[in-house]
Design a protein around this ligand. Structure first.
Ligand SMILES: [Fe+2]
Length: 243
């Protein structure tokens, strides 16, 4: 009774429960720097209804030259921190691979840390597309990897036709939920909406690096813009098997 008078202070929940793109492993890239940072981010994700996380730290030549050992070590630190804090969440790790010389080297040496189901999160440079991207995407698929292009809406050098061609060639698209808020800029927001309208979004991810990202997302959930995404997205592959 009188429930309608109660102010709903319950935190709003996302419509999916797996976050497959985030930078929560401490000290391996420019996301979380300490275990305390990591814990704060994980708690914020859980408040938004996330129950499964795939941590995807950067692997890039010259800035974050991670490899299977550095990623495993960082993840072990994160797991120990979560356990100590009594936080129980299903969590795995993979990486966000910049397509560069380091990536090609790790691919050749079978050093890539894949997601479940052989998904592989890759990103372009923000300056321009890597030469030979189409051939590389084909090569990945020959190896039975399923490439997911991270935040395609953030590559301002792409046009609509190129998005369609890339998607048709077998690259899955992961859009940052933050892009719909305008956080990265108007062009990114417009492109995210175009991808939504054209049914080219396969995954949504937070791509959170620090608390500001989580706070913006928390405010965004429940808005009219957010509901439009929920209603119009055709199907989402986010529920990557955790077996
Ligand atoms: Fe990222």
């Amino acid at each position: 009774m009188f429930n309608f008078l109660k102010k709903n202070n319950e935190p709003k929940k996302l419509f999916y429960t797996t976050d497959m793109h985030c930078h929560i492993i401490p000290g391996v890239d420019h996301g979380a720097q300490t275990v305390e940072d990591s814990i704060a981010l994980v708690k914020a994700e859980m408040e938004m209804g996330i129950s499964h996380i795939i941590a995807t730290s950067h692997v890039t030549k010259d800035s974050f030259e991670n490899n299977p050992e550095t990623l495993a070590k960082g993840f072990a630190t994160l797991k120990a921190g979560l356990e100590k804090a009594g936080i129980d969440i299903d969590i795995k790790y993979s990486a966000e691979y910049r397509i560069d010389e380091l990536f090609k080297e790790q691919l050749k040496n079978n050093q890539l840390v894949l997601m479940p189901n052989n998904y592989l999160l890759v990103e372009n440079s923000f300056q321009g597309e890597t030469m030979g991207l189409d051939e590389l995407l084909f090569e990945l698929q020959l190896k039975d990897y399923i490439p997911i292009l991270a935040h395609p809406e953030r590559y301002r050098y792409y046009n609509h036709q190129r998005y369609q061609t890339l998607h048709d060639s077998g690259a899955y698209f992961q859009v940052n939920l933050l892009s719909f808020t305008g956080y990265f800029g108007e062009p990114e927001k417009r492109t995210a909406e175009w991808l939504l309208d054209n049914e080219l979004i396969d995954f949504l991810g937070s791509d959170i690096h620090f608390m500001q990202h989580a706070e913006i997302l928390q405010k965004f959930i429940g808005t009219k813009e957010y509901r439009k995404i929920v209603e119009r997205i055709p199907r989402l592959c986010n529920d990557i098997s955790f077996n």
